[in-house]
Design a protein around this ligand. Structure first.
Ligand code: F6R
Length: 242
């Protein structure tokens, strides 16, 4: 695992955008794994700036979101379909037909998980998976105790995750109870993994992810198994590293 510690959130975003832009320059049809939440927003903005300046073309890039809430209307502003459209597809100029999000509204969610795995496989896998980390160490919505080999499936959101994400909703009770998420095995299959974290609130999870032990109690520690994982964090998120 390469660990890059930079001064602040802005520097995290620029370094992560550099890595993603390099990949897209090398491989204009790259498949990107994209996360929602606050952590990657600066990275998406930095990439969008390069697209606007004419230095980056994402028209042939495809994208696979990590996860989606179960049972939230797709048109709800906080459904990950909407969040990805607003923060990734439109600002980066992606072709909407190449952007995929797990189907949290499917009648058969097990089949929806299998379909999503098939879609990723048909695209020949994800080239670079961008990730954030939950304060409890989750990646995607693989909450503590998730199997290291898991694939896209339904999970119950941990109380801490619902409380953390309540900021996006009017009330805590509005945060869905379940999600459909790529598994840890799915994430580990990406050819490259890039995790970004900023701020003191992530410091304990970041230390557990990097310094171990490798344990399902900290799902992000699964990245210790990845051959090409990069973690870009600011000083505050690095503050509990030994
Ligand atoms: C989002 C996701 C989550 C978030 C994590 C951190 O698609 O899968 O793992 O990356 O919950 O969220 P933020 O960045 O909002 O602190």
């Amino acid at each position: 695992m390469d660990v890059v510690i930079v001064a602040d959130a802005e520097a995290v975003a620029e370094r992560a955008a550099d890595l993603i832009a390099e990949l897209i320059h090398r491989q204009p049809e790259a498949a990107l794994g994209v996360a929602t939440g606050s952590s990657p927003i600066g990275t998406y903005s930095a990439l969008a700036e390069r697209v606007r300046a004419g230095n980056l073309d994402c028209a042939r890039v495809s994208a696979f979101a990590l996860d989606e809430y179960v049972g939230l209307d797709l048109r709800h502003p906080e459904s990950y379909h909407e969040v990805i459209r607003r923060t990734v597809t439109e600002p980066l100029g992606l072709d909407p037909a190449r952007v995929h999000v797990p189907d949290g509204g499917a009648a058969d969610l097990t089949a929806a998980g299998d379909d999503y795995e098939r879609l990723i496989a048909e695209a020949d896998g994800v080239d670079l998976q961008l990730l954030g980390i939950g304060a409890n160490g989750h990646i995607g919505f693989n909450e503590p105790m998730s199997s290291l080999g898991s694939r896209t499936r339904v999970k119950t959101l941990a109380p801490q995750t619902r409380a953390d994400n309540a900021r996006f909703f009017d009330r805590l009770e509005d945060v869905p109870l379940h999600c459909i998420t790529q598994g840890l095995g799915t994430i580990l299959d990406a050819r490259e993994a890039l995790l970004v974290a900023q701020g003191e609130a992530k410091a304990a999870a970041v230390a557990a992810m990097i310094e171990g032990p490798l344990a399902s109690l900290c799902p992000a520690s699964a990245l210790q198994l990845h051959r090409r994982a990069t973690v870009i964090i600011d000083r505050a998120a690095a503050s509990q590293l030994r």
